[in-house]
Design a protein around this ligand. Structure first.
Ligand code: F6R
Length: 246
């Protein structure tokens, strides 16, 4: 895994946005795999700026998001569909018909997961997948487990993840959905390029385990060591426990 050290969150966000913009300039009809959460917000703000000030066009771009809470509609302000509209899609020239997120209200879980996988295949696969990393090493909502998950599936969230995400739900853990749809590890690993972003001291242990640790489903992100084009952009705090950096 290639590692790029950023001074702080601002620099990390600019570097991540530049990598995504370069992908779009080179291939205007790119399929982007996108993430939600705190980590990508700065990158999305920089992409909006590049759209407004540097003619970066998303007109032909297609997107597939990593995950969605089960039980939330796309109009719920805590859904990831709502997050993407608020933080990116409403501010760029993307055709919303080309943006895809699992349907949180789907009752046929297996059917929804199969159709999401088929959709990704029909788009020709993901050109660039953006990832954040959870404090327990999760990517998407692929939680620590004893096997690596394969394709898009429905998961029971771990208490640590529910706890970490409570900040988006008035700090009330009881309001956080307990289940989610997520791309699987195999889905993520099939992306042609992967860009992971991490900032802050609370990610330092997860980043160290992802980069320096053994490849194990107990740290789902550790599988990224096996991807041939995975880049980590992280700030100094997130890299503070990682060894072997030049
Ligand atoms: C979000 C996602 C999650 C987050 C991870 C880090 O779509 O799939 O894996 O990337 O939980 O979240 P933040 O960035 O909020 O620390």
């Amino acid at each position: 895994m290639k590692i790029v050290k950023a001074k702080n969150y601002e620099e990390l966000s600019l570097l991540a946005a530049t990598a995504i913009a370069t992908q779009i300039f080179e291939k205007p009809d790119s399929v982007l795999g996108l993430a939600t959460g705190s980590s990508p917000i700065g990158a999305y703000q920089n992409l909006i700026k590049l759209h407004k000030e540097a003619q970066l066009s998303f007109a032909k771009v297609k997107t597939v998001n990593l995950d969605e809470y089960k039980g939330l509609s796309k109009d719920d302000k805590n859904s990831y569909a709502y997050f993407m509209n608020e933080n990116l899609f409403d501010h760029i020239d993307i055709d919303k018909n080309n943006t895809h997120i699992p349907d949180g209200l789907a009752t046929d879980c297996d059917g929804e997961c199969d159709s999401y996988e088929n959709l990704i295949s029909s788009l020709g696969g993901i050109d660039l997948q953006l990832l954040g990393i959870g404090r327990n090493g999760h990517i998407g909502f692929n939680e620590p487990d004893n096997i690596f998950s394969s394709k898009t599936h429905c998961v029971q969230l771990k208490e640590s993840t529910i706890n970490a995400n409570a900040r988006f739900f008035d700090n009330d853990m009881s309001k956080v959905p307990t289940m989610a749809f997520t791309m699987g590890i195999k889905t993520i690993m099939h992306a042609a390029r992967i860009l992971v972003i991490a900032n802050g001291k609370d990610k330092a242990e997860a980043v160290r385990n992802m980069v320096n640790g053994p490849i194990t489903p107990e740290v789902p992100a550790s599988i990224l060591q096996c991807h041939c084009d995975a880049v980590l952009i992280a700030d100094e705090d997130a890299l503070s426990l990682t060894e072997g950096l030049k």
